[in-house]
Structure formats: C-alpha cells, structure tokens
Write a protein that binds this ligand. Structure first.
Ligand code: 5MM
Length: 341
C-alpha cells in the first residue's frame, strides 16, 4: 500500500470548492428516478443520461472532484465509443466505484439491514483499478425507529465497512466509508445526533481494529438533522452547529475529508447546511458534498429523457454543482439560487 498516494487522492476528493457526484444508483434506484420523469430505464437511456452529466464541462471541471459510478456505468462507452470513465478523467475529476452489493435483512434483528458484498471483493477491486477507479464507496444503512437501531446492527455494519476499507487500501483504492443514519422517521435532531454518535464511534473503532489508515480514506456521513416526519424541523444553524459538534467529537483529524450525503434533503437545504457549517471553521478536515439526489434531481427533471433537453439538463447540473462548490467554501448565498433551466 502506498499511503502517500492514497492520501493525495483522498485530499483531492475533498478539495475546497469541489465535491463528489454520487451517480452510483443501482438499477432499482435509477428506475425509480426515471419513473418519476417518465423515462424507461433502459441501458441506453441510463448511458445517455450519465453521459450528459459527465460531458457537462463547466460542472465537471470546476466543481466536481470525483464521480461514484455503478458497476454497469464503469464498463459503458459514450455514444462516440469513448469509455465513460475516460470522459470523467478528461474533465479532471477522479472516477470511483460503488462496490457494495446492497442490503439484506439482518438475522435476529427485525427491521434492520446489513450491507453485503465482501465476497470476492479483492478480485473486483483489482478489475476496477485497472479500469481507472481510484476510490470506492460502501454504504451501510442504519434506521431510527422504535427500539432500533440495535447495537448488533451498528456493530455488524461497522465491521463490514472496516473490512471493505481495508481491502480497498490493500488494492490502492481510497475507501469512502458511508454509514448512513436515515432521516426517514419522526425522530428529532437530538435522537439523530445520539444515534449518529454511536454509529461513528463504532465505525472508527472497527477501522482502527482492522488497521485502516485514516489518512487514506474519506468519510461520507449524514448530517445531524430532524427526521423528515418530525413535527419540529431544526433550523439551518442548528443542523450546522450540531453536525460540526458531533463530527469534531467523533472524527479524528487524521481523516483528510468528510463528504456528506444529502439523504432526502431538498436541493437548497443540502447546500445551505453545508454552507452554514463552513461559517463554524476552521475545521480539522476538508468538508464537502457527495450528493446524489441533491445534485441530480434538477438535471433529471430538465432532461426528461429528450435529446433536445441535454443542454438544459447540463445547465441545471452546472447550477447545482456551482452552488454546492460555493457552499464548500462557505461562499453560497440564497440570492444566487435562480432558475437554471
Ligand atoms: C446515488 O444513490 C446512491 C446509491 O443508492 P442505491 O445503492 O440505493 O441505489 C447512494 O448510495 C448515494 O451515494 C448516497 O446515499 C448519497 O446519495 P443522496 O441522494 O443521499 O445524496
């Protein structure tokens, strides 16, 4: 393992002014997104949509540091025969790959999930590296509800995240470690804070046990935020203040960077929260975005599967990427939000 190189890549992924595009929707998830805009989820449409994003020159070269791909996408070529991975590299962004294989019910723990995909992961990583991937992603899912999460679910998911991270580093690939505490319930922000604290502490404990080099990884956490169905939604400043307090307590300074998931927040909320956190610096790590929905909802709508809408889709993507790029420096203002398409 070349830790200097892993650290160089991890640092580039969270460089100020840029963030990560999470375009790693599995086939089931992208179908849901396409259903919402009335587009058939065919291999060709998935390719055309992602090609549109990766050819968005302004967004990709100025505001996107890396792209997380799904297995299908990393092997796909653009319409002109150029591998999609090459388009990403040519823009100056780093290609990455989602390597988990989704979730399964966790035995003995009703309603809880464990992420799977460790079998043959070492061989898969080797092939992904040869194709150009320089980082990977594995997402664990922790739900908050009555009597959950159990310590069992937190512990087995942390163990798998650390196993994955160690295998990545041995393959010279930077692991994005994503323990997502869902914001789906009616819990308040303090319950999210408490559960996320337990999850992050357990995750870093497992990373240490399994000898993962913290300098060669990126953390992708949720924010400390109210559940979507909670009657009292915490304001932007409270989300920022509690998230930073939590991360300072749980994330060692050796970690080069933290890149948030958006988790179902609106586009503008995800941007405003990141921006507000940068008002609370200086921070010991790079702090940016690794958004899926909060970067893609607008371009998906603008594109709607029509070739004549590609330019509008790219404008919508560039706008969101620029807004989040500014937020990653604390330079965003709500007045900059305007209809992009
Ligand atoms: C883009 O969505 C990713 C893949 O989800 P599935 O495996 O369920 O298809 C997801 O892992 C994503 O990278 C993160 O959750 C962040 O995305 P959001 O939309 O929460 O910003």
């Amino acid at each position: 393992m070349n830790l200097t190189e892993l650290n160089r890549i991890a640092t580039a992924m969270v460089v100020s002014g840029k963030g990560i595009l999470a375009a790693d929707e599995s086939s089931g998830t992208i179908k849901k997104r396409f259903d919402a805009i009335g587009v058939d989820s065919t291999e060709g449409n998935r390719r055309d949509y992602r090609e549109m994003l990766f050819r968005s020159t302004e967004a990709m070269s100025q505001y996107i540091s890396g792209v997380i791909l799904y297995d299908e996408t990393i092997w796909q070529d653009a319409k002109d025969g150029t591998p999609l991975v090459k388009l990403i590299e040519q823009s100056g962004a780093i290609p990455g790959i989602k390597v988990d294989e989704g979730t399964q019910a966790l035995p003995m723990c009703p309603g809880e999930l464990v992420t799977v995909g460790l079998d043959r992961l070492a061989e898969r990583l080797k092939k992904y590296y040869e194709r150009g991937a320089r980082f990977a992603k594995w997402r664990a899912v922790i739900d908050i509800g009555s009597g959950i999460p159990s310590m069992t679910a937190i512990s087995v998911n942390a163990h798998a995240l650390a196993r994955y991270a160690a295998l990545c580093q041995a393959a010279q690939i930077v692991p994005i470690v994503e323990p997502e505490v869902l914001m789906d319930g009616d819990h308040d922000i303090d319950r999210c804070y408490e559960v996320t604290t337990r999850v992050l502490n357990e995750t870093f404990q497992e990373l240490r046990v399994q000898r993962v080099a913290l300098e060669g990884m990126v953390l992708k956490p949720n924010m400390a935020i109210s559940g979507k169905k909670c009657a009292k939604q915490a304001p932007i400043e409270e989300v920022a203040e509690k998230t930073i307090r939590l991360l300072r307590a749980c994330v060692p300074a050796a970690v080069p960077g933290i890149a948030f998931l958006s988790g179902g927040q609106s586009d503008e909320e995800a941007t405003a929260h990141l921006n507000a956190m940068h008002k609370l610096g200086p921070l010991p790590w790079g702090l940016t975005f690794s958004y899926g929905r909060a970067l893609q909802a607008a371009p998906q709508k603008a594109w709607s599967g029509k070739a004549e809408n590609v330019a509008a889709g790219q404008r919508a993507f560039s706008h969101r990427a620029r807004m989040n790029g500014l937020a990653s420096k604390g330079e965003w203002q709500s007045s900059l939000e305007k209809k992009a398409a």
